[in-house]
Design a protein around this ligand. Structure first.
Ligand code: NCD
Ligand code: ZN
Length: 341
């Protein structure tokens, strides 16, 4: 069996920088024509110039071309509306990323008080740039499994009411509440869904020994939530599209006493998504989810290229090279049912 689709776009991708970026960018270029590159580097991408430099670095690592990095700007308490105008004018930056301070990897410089950011959000609304949100509150009294649902009530609901013309993406939705919130919103509100959150629940993280390579933020939730995500992904609703949140970390930083958050799905991105869609009997819904709805939301032309998957067993390697360390891909050592033709 074969499945040919328009070449996908990944609207949430962590590539990192330097050697480590060069080690993974080929994987994304294999599966995707374009990707929205996350700005949470050690030195976050806070200015248009930094975004353009980072873009050049990525392009230089792909001499054969065929992959377009769409850049995002990391919002801080000090981002100005003028920076947003400049980002828009560059033509290379399509989104701004809101990390609540302390929510995830390299978010220390994230936003502490969202209200303080309102002039910047006004500028985004005016320019038509997209606001991508890591939707979790960080208050220590909120249980980690509730952080997304609480964010919807406390932060996102007031925000979308205040800025009805702002295009907002709730990134890596992990809960039934998140799905319902996106569905109930207007056409300016959408959500991305990762492959891993469509495939694993919190038992896969914690039962039979802790599985550091299933640990990411937002953390995987109960099975009923995974089912809600899968239903949303396969529903044909243009409000949900592909954002892998592929987030490589060296093996040594994952397999240790305080392992960091992030799952590396870039290696076999489409086979993972195909497995999820097939499990729901909805392979025919994969193309729009992967290759149409995101581009339409961002106002980008659809890709002309295509990609063919064949239904043949494909063994995910145990380990990949990653600079001086190793990188463990999602489902390492396991077989998936689909591979690239
Ligand atoms: C991401 C990373 O490592 O940069 N980690 C993750 O668990 N998803 C950051 C993020 O998107 O939260
Ligand atoms: Zn991410």
């Amino acid at each position: 069996m074969k499945l040919t689709l328009r070449k996908p776009d990944d609207f949430h991708l962590h590539l990192r920088e330097g050697d480590r970026m060069a080690a993974v960018v080929q994987d994304s270029a294999r599966w995707c024509r374009r990707a929205l590159i996350m700005p949470n580097l050690k030195e976050p991408v806070r200015s248009t110039q930094a975004a353009l430099d980072y873009r050049d670095e990525i392009l230089a690592a792909l001499p054969q071309g065929g992959f377009e990095p769409l850049m995002s700007l990391y919002l801080t308490d000090r981002t100005t509306p003028a920076e947003i105008s400049q980002a828009k004018a560059s033509g290379a930056v399509v989104a701004a990323k809101l990390y609540p301070q302390g929510a995830t990897t390299n978010s220390d410089l994230g936003v502490s008080h969202i209200e303080g950011l309102y002039p910047v959000l006004e500028a985004l609304e005016k320019t038509g740039m997209v606001l991508c949100i890591h939707g979790e509150v960080t208050a220590p009294e909120v249980d980690i499994f509730d952080r997304e649902a609480v964010f919807l009530d406390q932060v996102l609901d007031p925000l979308v009411r205040q800025f009805p013309g702002l295009k907002v993406v709730l990134e890596h939705v992990t809960t039934a509440e998140g799905v319902a919130f996106v569905e109930a919103g207007g056409p300016n509100l959408a959500g991305t869904l990762t492959a891993h959150h469509l495939l694993i629940n919190r038992n896969d993280l914690l039962v039979g020994g802790i599985k550091p390579h299933h640990y990411c933020l937002p953390v995987a939730k109960r099975e009923k939530h995974r089912k809600a995500l899968l239903k949303a992904a396969t529903s044909g609703s243009p409000k949900f599209f592909l954002g892998s949140d592929s987030a490589p970390h060296p093996q040594s930083a994952k397999e240790c006493a305080s392992g960091c958050a992030g799952v590396y799905t870039g290696y076999a991105l489409l086979p993972y998504y195909a497995a999820a869609f097939e499990s729901a009997g909805a392979l025919e819904a994969l193309e729009d989810f992967a290759s149409r709805f995101g581009a339409e939301f961002y106002g980008l032309p659809l890709n002309e290229e295509s990609l063919t998957l064949v239904r043949e067993p494909y063994l995910i390697p145990n380990s990949l090279e990653y600079g001086s360390d190793a990188l463990i891909p999602f489902w390492a050592g396991q077989q998936v049912a689909w591979k690239l033709q």
